[in-house]
Design a protein around this ligand. Sequence first.
Ligand SMILES: Cc1ncc(COP(=O)(O)O)c(C=O)c1O
Length: 401
Amino acid sequence: MSEAISLIRYGQHPLAQRAREVMTRGNTRSTLFVDPAPPYAVRGSGCRVVDQFGAEVIDCNNNYTSLIHGHSIPEITQAVSGMLADGTAFGLPTESEVALAELLSERTGHERWRFSNSGTEAVMTAIRAARAYTGRDVLIRFEGSYHGTADSVVALDAPGVPAGVRSDLIVVPQADRVAFDAAVADAGDRLAAVLIDLMPNRAGLVPAEREFVQHIRQTTERVGALMIVDEVISLRLAPGGFASEYAITPDLITAGKIIGGGFPVGATAGRADVLAVFDPLAASNVGWGGTFSANPVTMTAGRIAMERFGVAETDQLNLRGDALRAALTRGGVAVTGFGSLMRLREAVDFTELWWAAYQRGVMLGTNGLLALSTAMGDADVSHIERAVIDAVDSVRERNNS
Ligand SMILES: Cc1ncc(COP(=O)(O)O)c(C=O)c1O
């Protein structure tokens, strides 16, 4: 992309102007906004996205880590197009959800699966299941971890969250064992579950300490509470989920993003006896619907995406990520992460950094996140490396001058 396309032109583009007339700041998702206006995507193919100016960038955002194979995968396009003529939403279950659950169950070892349309819903479902199963109310979670937008998982002082929500929540600083133990003691026999993301993106994308994670597992077992691991982002890091890297088995996990093959998805999975709280034939059960949950388009696309992302592909993508992180570090860029996920940790203005990378042909997450896809070749990764180093250098220089 030419540097000549200035960001001011994005703010003045007729589409941006139209958008601002009907949506606050011109779009739906808070995380996609960049000042003065985000580029609007026109199409994507493989690892590339084209915007309304015709500018083409390498997609390192991958819809916030969800597109493990990039855009418009021929097998998925073909399968989904073929389905459209047969109907896309039914008031009946379909074989497609069974097939995806079978694949995920075999790969991760989690016994039962329940699908939804977003990671947010998956987290809400898991919390409800844990509370119903244990008959307890309190949830412990960690400060700064993002688990979607439900009242119980956003910042306690976030505008619009009722004070009552706080009474059943204890929020503990990341990796703070003393505070965690105190919270467990404080909750006593009211503790239903501990919710943890093992590599929280918004808290800096640093993998949790093994001992701490194992301590949480042992503690929850000891006090009869459940351990929920949020794998919405981290499932891409290991075939069994990132929890498998810690040699623990959570009672419940939440998943999303890559398991939808580019379509809206969420899933809650785990022990059969816990998921049995949803048993419609039980005398007392948790009712949980979702008009478009487990729709056949998502389920089919997700199955194809996951079939193409087995052990070898996962390892290969992680190695590629490790190599890129090492190259960025050698280039003087502060970066954290694991395998195919990384985050720039520079003390610079991130809006400026986002545009600087975009103008060098690379689309990041607005928080400096990079998620690799199998659609990237060696030349793409080299381009990303050079563009990011150059973008960081230029913004540092501007910020310090
Ligand atoms: C760890 C984690 N949990 C939950 C969510 C919420 O997922 P969704 O955006 O699909 O609602 C996200 C989204 O980025 C996430 O990163």
